[in-house]
Design a protein around this ligand. Sequence first.
Ligand code: NAP
Length: 308
Amino acid sequence: MSPIHLAIVGVGKIARDQHLPSIAKNPDFQLVAAASRHGSVDGIDNFTSIDEMLEKVPGIEAVSLCMPPQHRYDAAYKALNAGKHVFMEKPPGATLSEVEDLQALADRKGLSLFASWHSRYAPAVEATKAFLASTTIRSMKVIWKEDVRHWHPNQEWIWQAGGLGVFDPGINALSIVTHILPKPVFITRATLEFPENRDAPIAADITFTDADGLDLSAEFDWRQTGKQSWDIVADTEAGQMVLSEGGAKLSIDGVLKHEEPEQEYPMLYKRFAEIVKAGKSDVDLAPLRHVADAFMLGRRKFVDAFHD
Ligand code: NAP
């Protein structure tokens, strides 16, 4: 079967770090064009807008959208409307309703829409899901603390409304939690800390439960210097489970059970090819819904101004 002719939109950090190398290694795709106001990709047709790209390269079959979430709907709408399958970076949009609107459009057009959650493809996530399904969980704690100055230097969009602030990494943790837990959870309490000069939170402290009264909490913080923490710890009847390093390693009672090389973005493109070939979409809004709930239910606390 001939490769899917793919275009990329928003040639920035994640496009360069992950999308371009993963596409280059996947024989199911051939990158044919890019649209970016400032960035470009060597060896293919480059445009400064998605409109011009879609008009001038009619052979494009699928589009990967790598811009910030506040601008995803507009690009996704144009691509779907032009008959292209769409891969969306996480988070899939700035609101739940706009993503539902895109899903309805993809369904009407018979196209595949992929709301990607890269952390779900971290190496130890499936082994953790299987372990949790085999035991009873007493409590779970998510600790996702990183240094925003290191990971997001001068990224203005991330601090603007719709940029999600600390939920930009936090939603990765939520994408894992909603995948590995056997039952759906919901937020009962949240406190969001907003720098007094920003429209998005720098920290969040959240409590969840489920129908059986599960004790689940999450701490997200962007002010962590030194060692970074991307850990999910659970007290279970079969021992203490630690899923660490963003989903890379699983330990039970201190014994390492699962560790493999990281392959998140190659796995995302494998999945995208699968759903395009199967004529399906893959859109799970659970992680974004929890973020929306945290904004809806959470107490606001104003903290010191943040300057890059
Ligand atoms: P970025 O480098 O700041 O932005 C990506 C590109 O989007 C920019 O280079 C820019 O290209 C385009 N863009 C920026 N503002 C825009 C606007 N107002 N309108 C239209 N296009 C705009 O961000 P990133 O780190 O790659 O993140 C992009 C997405 O990937 C986010 O949703 C993020 O959560 C996700 N992601 C990032 C990482 C990471 O490690 N950085 C990891 C996983 C997922 P032009 O100026 O050339 O148009």
